[in-house]
Design a protein around this ligand. Structure first.
Ligand SMILES: NC(=O)c1ccc[n+]([C@@H]2O[C@H](COP(=O)([O-])OP(=O)(O)OC[C@H]3O[C@@H](n4cnc5c(N)ncnc54)[C@H](OP(=O)(O)O)[C@@H]3O)[C@@H](O)[C@H]2O)c1
Length: 326
């Protein structure tokens, strides 16, 4: 089978598509013949050696994908050969075949094609974990999402509206403001030209946002800490700016606020039943037609490196997909 192979951490253009041996199965695993993979910011971090988890080299990048089940291990019960399924794990998706633990697999609802199935789980799943389980977002609360045009951000905007919140989206480029409104945001801020804390306070009669989902870190996080409402919750989820912020504990005290960490991969591994339930809830919302990933760019498998580079140029909206042929 063909796979994109990373032999050393570093620049993305070192990655190459190569002929590799098909992965070997164990009784707790499932084999998928891949049709589509989602490209995410973490895939780029991992290949550069900047992600918190460093796989043993060589490895195949790609955290999320979808395809057809071609083999199931003896211990596997919830999927069968022929099912359309998606998987979410740390790596392995940028390949014609994937072998993965059964708990990382879910069936794709009939309403979804492979591209939707592949992208859904690294956009809606982390956003739902953050808003529902961690922040316990309530109807009528104000939710601020930074990085609102991106893969996780646009899902968080849609989910926030479904959960009854008033949603403020924040982006770094003016041309992305209208599309974030079209995802359902009540207001949109451009944090590269406007002072985030001032605009959020203006829009909330001086109170600030009740829940903030921050995907950017750096200066944007620093601003978030200054426009969180009393008893608010800030979710630390990503650092696309490249700077991991330091938190002054005195501000947390003064604001009576909570800082919540969310790491989907770690949670999924520790709470497999909780993860299955979360995926089921999301699948039901998707089947009602309430959720649909916006895909701005699609690439052929041989252009996988270009797909990752395009994501880093910040021209994409929602998700980027690789189409993979068996
Ligand atoms: N903790 C978890 O469980 C978890 C799960 C999934 C993802 N994540 C993390 O969440 C973050 C977002 O992931 P994603 O897949 O949604 O990424 P994405 O689609 O690339 O979107 C992130 C947004 O970040 C902004 N951005 C990108 N590069 C930037 C830079 N150099 N400086 C400032 N802003 C920049 C861009 O918005 P503008 O162009 O509008 O500025 C972009 O739309 C990543 O850090 C990812 O690793 C964490």
């Amino acid at each position: 089978m063909k796979a994109l192979v990373c032999k050393q951490f570093g620049e993305l253009d070192q990655l190459q598509i190569e002929e590799t041996a098909a992965p070997v199965m164990s009784p707790s695993q499932v084999r998928l013949s891949m049709r589509a993979a989602g490209v995410g910011f973490m895939d780029t971090l991992m290949a550069k050696g900047l992600y918190q988890l460093k796989p043993e080299l060589p490895y195949v990048p790609g955290a999320v994908g979808a395809g057809i089940v071609t083999e199931v291990g003896a211990e596997v019960q919830h999927v069968k050969v022929g099912d359309r399924a998606s998987f979410l794990n740390y790596y392995g998706a940028f390949a014609q075949e994937v072998v993965t633990e059964a708990h990382t697999i879910v069936q794709i609802p009939n309403s979804m094609d492979f591209a939707q199935g592949a992208t859904f789980r690294l956009s809606y799943t982390p956003a739902y974990l953050a808003l529902k389980l961690r922040a316990q977002l309530q109807p009528g609360e104000v939710l601020l999402v930074t990085g609102a045009s991106g893969g996780v951000g646009h899902a968080a905007v849609q989910l926030g509206k479904l959960m009854g919140a008033r949603v403020i989206g924040s982006v770094g480029r003016a041309e992305k403001m209208d599309i974030v409104r079209s995802f359902g945001a009540d207001e949109v801020i451009n944090h590269s030209t406007e002072k985030l804390r001032d605009r959020v306070k203006e829009l909330t009669d001086g109170r600030g946002a009740d829940v903030i989902l921050d995907l950017i870190g750096g200066d944007v996080f620093d601003e978030c800490l200054r426009c969180i409402n009393m008893l608010g919750r800030i979710i630390v989820m990503g650092f696309t700016s490249g700077r991991i912020p330091q938190i002054p504990a005195n501000l947390v005290l003064l604001k009576n606020c909570s800082i919540l960490g969310v790491f989907l991969g770690g949670w999924m591994t520790r709470d497999q039943a909780g993860s299955m339930k979360l995926n089921q809830d999301l699948a039901e919302l998707a089947m009602q037609g309430a959720l649909r990933t916006h895909i701005s760019h699609r690439f052929a498998f041989q252009d996988a490196v270009k797909a990752m580079q395009t994501l880093l140029q910040r021209d994409t909206i929602g998700k980027v997909v690789l189409d993979i042929n068996p």
